[in-house]
Write a new protein. Structure first.
Length: 437
């Protein structure tokens, strides 16, 4: 499958999956209101940080070596399952440390916190492992159709959970259990399709060294990106000017969720870019396509910013409910940064696929410094408006750092990435005809 056909398959099936994520986010937000949704997303933010550290970013290493075929797939399957169990044991042992942060602020018991943490972390880790291994096999249909079906079932549950007699914590038990169901389903689907049961083996010592070496660099990059993208949650949460009931936090995290939704398309494309560059196939075509896509994003975000400026003040409360009435200005301020992240995600996937993770780390460190210093001096004084502005500056800095390296390495100009060409539309139309025809 050539790169353009691979790209369309990725966009199609992952696009449908992420649409169900969008609907799920709307349904959950309307069900929990701003304060409740802010609590759940703040909780999962803690779990994501625990997962990031405890997993050692081994899923990134597994994805890399599944893509370039340097380690047998069956070895990676059983390595992934074993690693998930190890991480869950670590989380269980460390839960008391992390529980203290939540216990002092929320009406949640230790057992509930432990259940939420284990189901979420195990599910997301399995999802990351096996969705990525499917993508490394150029299979975008099967993993996404499984996740689409399960998301639809969860949406139906959240719509009718009150009528079915579930209280808040009962519905949240089901919500977090779904993450584990998704992860386990992907594991069985991959193992059955690729007959992994026939060869129960693990990577050799040498292969383990390769995995850990790559995972260490990926961990550094992921921690940096996590801080770049989510550290502002804590500043908004503890800002003296933010509402104490989580109202501002719920609105701000929903703004951040919008950013994540807008990153869906770049991430879908990146999932095709990574294995393509890691396998050394058609790399020149990938580079040209990145420039084309970057120009397209520039046009797309001009349109998005104009639409939000015109109707955003009415649209957000209409979609999510009346408690989400403080999203307008933070959204406008963060959108230029989300555009920058869209381009940065593609560049980062390209460098990661080449094994050059360090460049992503260096760019991320620059952004982390901007996020931490800017939020410390401004967000505590001005709240979520300042947080959105600082984030936008940090994201743009990250993008320009990676782009500067890309431009020097491949001798292309900045105009190739930002100034649209008349031929772009005709090129995309022609490629679509070739793929679908």
């Amino acid at each position: 499958m050539n790169f353009h056909r691979l790209l369309v398959q990725s966009v199609l099936w992952r696009g449908i999956y992420f649409f169900t994520i969008l609907v799920l986010n709307v349904v959950l937000s309307r069900y929990l209101k701003a304060s409740g949704a802010g609590w759940v997303y703040y909780l999962t933010n803690w779990f994501s940080l625990i997962l990031l550290v405890a997993s050692f970013s081994m899923e990134s290493a597994v994805t890399y070596y599944a893509s370039n075929k340097k380690i047998n797939d069956n070895k990676l399957v059983w390595m992934s399952m074993t690693w998930t169990i190890v991480v869950c044991v670590l989380v269980f042992g460390l839960v008391n440390i992390y529980f203290g942060e939540i216990r002092n602020e929320d009406a949640i018991t230790k057992n509930q916190y432990l259940f939420f943490a284990l189901t979420y972390i195990a599910g997301i880790l399995l999802l990351n492992f096996f969705a990525s291994m499917f993508y490394a096999q150029r299979n975008f249909f099967l993993p996404n159709i499984i996740m689409i079906i399960l998301n639809v079932l969860l949406i139906i549950f959240l719509v009718f959970c009150k009528q079915w007699g579930f209280d808040l914590y009962g519905s949240m038990n089901v919500y977090f259990t779904f993450f584990l169901i998704v992860g386990v389903s992907l594991f069985f689907a991959y193992a059955i399709k690729h007959n992994s049961w026939s060869n129960f083996s693990f990577p050799s010592i040498t292969e383990h060294k390769l995995l850990f070496r790559y995972a260490f660099l990926a961990l550094a990059a992921n921690i940096v990106f996590f801080l770049v993208y989510r550290a502002d949650y804590w500043f908004v949460r503890h800002s003296p000017v933010s509402s104490k009931d989580g109202y501002d936090l719920g609105n701000y995290i929903q703004v951040s969720k919008h950013g994540q939704m807008l990153l869906i398309l770049p991430q879908i494309i990146a999932s095709a870019v990574f294995p393509q560059t890691a396998s050394e196939i058609d790399r020149q075509n990938v580079r040209d396509t990145l420039a084309l896509l970057s120009r397209g994003f520039a046009v797309l975000y001009i349109i998005i910013i104009a639409v939000v400026a015109a109707i955003g003040n009415w649209l957000f409360p209409f979609v999510y409910g009346e408690t989400f009435d403080r999203m307008y200005w933070p959204t406008l301020l963060i959108l230029p940064g989300i555009w920058a992240l869209s381009v940065m995600v593609l560049l980062a996937a390209y460098f990661s696929g080449k094994g050059n993770v360090k460049i992503n780390i260096y760019g991320g460190i620059l952004s982390v410094i901007i996020v931490l210093v800017g939020n410390y001096f401004l967000t505590f004084r001005y709240g979520m408006i300042a947080a959105a502005f600082i984030s936008s500056i940090a994201y743009c800095s990250y993008m320009f750092f990676l782009m500067n390296r890309f431009l020097k390495e491949y001798n292309v100009s900045l105009a190739d990435f930002f100034i649209p060409r008349r031929s772009d539309f005709h090129f995309l139309k022609l490629q679509l005809k070739k793929i679908t025809g």
